[in-house]
Design a protein around this ligand. Structure first.
Ligand code: SF4
Length: 167
């Protein structure tokens, strides 16, 4: 045990250092989102997140949009608990058989005009879960998709870029 502790002190951590945050790029996108959100939406876009069968990797990145660094709400973009209050459905994961009806009903419950954003490679075509007995395919197998955001998982900055494209 002592030998292992000594070795860890000398060699340091085995994990890679975290990549430095690109503050300049984030600031540029933040300004762009803010400008477009004000012009098109009057500073308000309500997003309902739906996990259609994700491994939760995508959710971790989506959660990061709400932290103090990305702080999505400063642009008037916010997550809501009900599809009846939503403009955008942000869907992650492959469309699983168990979530098919829930996803379709959530879409029907969202008032028009509405947009569907499929986030992550699984949401595009099933990703690593494609071909599974539990999956139907990508999100478009159940509801019409307006925008795909690629990545496994997509980074918070990719999600921001996607929202800019949508706006
Ligand atoms: S795209 Fe990657 S992180 Fe997202 S649900 Fe699929 S496997 Fe998980």
């Amino acid at each position: 045990m002592r030998k292992t502790l000594l070795k860890s002190l000398i060699e340091g951590p085995l994990t890679e250092a975290a990549p430095g945050a690109d503050d300049a790029e984030l600031a540029a996108f933040a300004a762009e989102v803010d400008r477009k959100a004000r012009a098109r939406l009057g500073r308000s876009l309500a997003i309902r997140e739906i996990d259609a069968g994700s491994c939760n990797g995508c959710e971790l990145e989506i959660n990061a949009l709400g932290n103090a660094f990305y702080d999505l709400e400063r642009f008037g973009l916010r997550f809501v608990a009900s599809p009846r209050h939503a403009d955008v459905l942000l869907v992650t994961g492959p469309a699983t058989k168990n979530m098919e009806e829930a996803l379709a009903r959530t879409y029907q419950a969202t008032p028009a005009p509405k947009w569907v954003v499929a986030a992550g490679d699984c949401a595009f075509d099933g990703g690593v879960f494609a071909g599974s007995y539990a999956c139907i395919g990508g999100v478009s197998a159940v509801v019409p998709v307006d925008l795909y955001i690629p990545g496994c998982p997509p980074t918070p900055l990719s999600l921001l870029k996607g929202l800019i494209a949508l706006i």
